[in-house]
Design a protein around this ligand. Structure first.
Ligand code: HEC
Length: 154
């Protein structure tokens, strides 16, 4: 790209008003011309930048969020429910019931867990004892954990 004319300012000191105006006009003309030469590529460049940014962020969004089918894991999904709904009775060191905050204990008791949390409140053996029934979504987490092979963590 041609360099933009930038050396008109010294000419403005000229005594001759016509020449000064002329210079100013020329300066303005060159400036507009120059700006056109700059603005159009700049706009094109900005548009391209925007476009590539948009498409690349879309791409990275899909690659970073999609990690395959969601697997229910003990650490990420089951343990938080145990800690929130089965405490203190089933937390090791706090309650004296099966320590469901331990992976292998929860794994060994999975059928009993699912059976008990699926009971109607008030039925013999219902869990969580003395609390509201877990929501269907939370009950489903235990069921999914079992059918997906009871993974500990990813
Ligand atoms: C308020 C205390 C309390 C809470 C909260 C509680 N349980 Fe229990 N849990 C008990 C008691 C007491 C027993 C033993 C008596 C029985 O079998 O009903 C028991 C027994 C169990 C058993 C049989 C193994 C064992 O430890 O004897 C399982 C499985 C179980 N609970 C699962 C759960 C799950 C899952 C939760 C949370 C969703 C939960 N419980 C919440 C008190 C509790």
């Amino acid at each position: 790209m041609k360099a933009c004319p930038g050396n008109f300012l010294p000419n403005l000191k000229n005594e001759n008003i016509v020449q000064t105006l002329n210079t100013l006009f020329k300066f303005e003309y060159k400036l507009t011309y120059c700006m056109k030469k700059l603005i159009i590529p700049a706009a094109v460049f900005a548009a391209m930048l925007l476009f590539t940014q948009c498409s690349s962020s879309k791409k990275s969004a899909t690659t970073s969020t999609y990690t395959g089918p969601v697997t229910v894991t003990y650490q990420a999904n089951v343990l938080p429910i145990v800690q929130a709904h089965c405490a203190p009775c089933h937390i090791s060191g706090k309650g004296n019931k099966a320590s469901l905050d331990k992976y292998d204990v929860a794994q060994n008791n999975i059928n009993d867990i699912i059976r008990r949390i699926s009971l109607e409140p008030g039925k013999f053996g219902f869990m969580p004892k003395k609390h509201d029934r877990l929501s269907d979504d939370l009950i489903q987490v235990f069921k999914d954990w079992k059918t997906q092979g009871m993974v500990d963590s990813k």
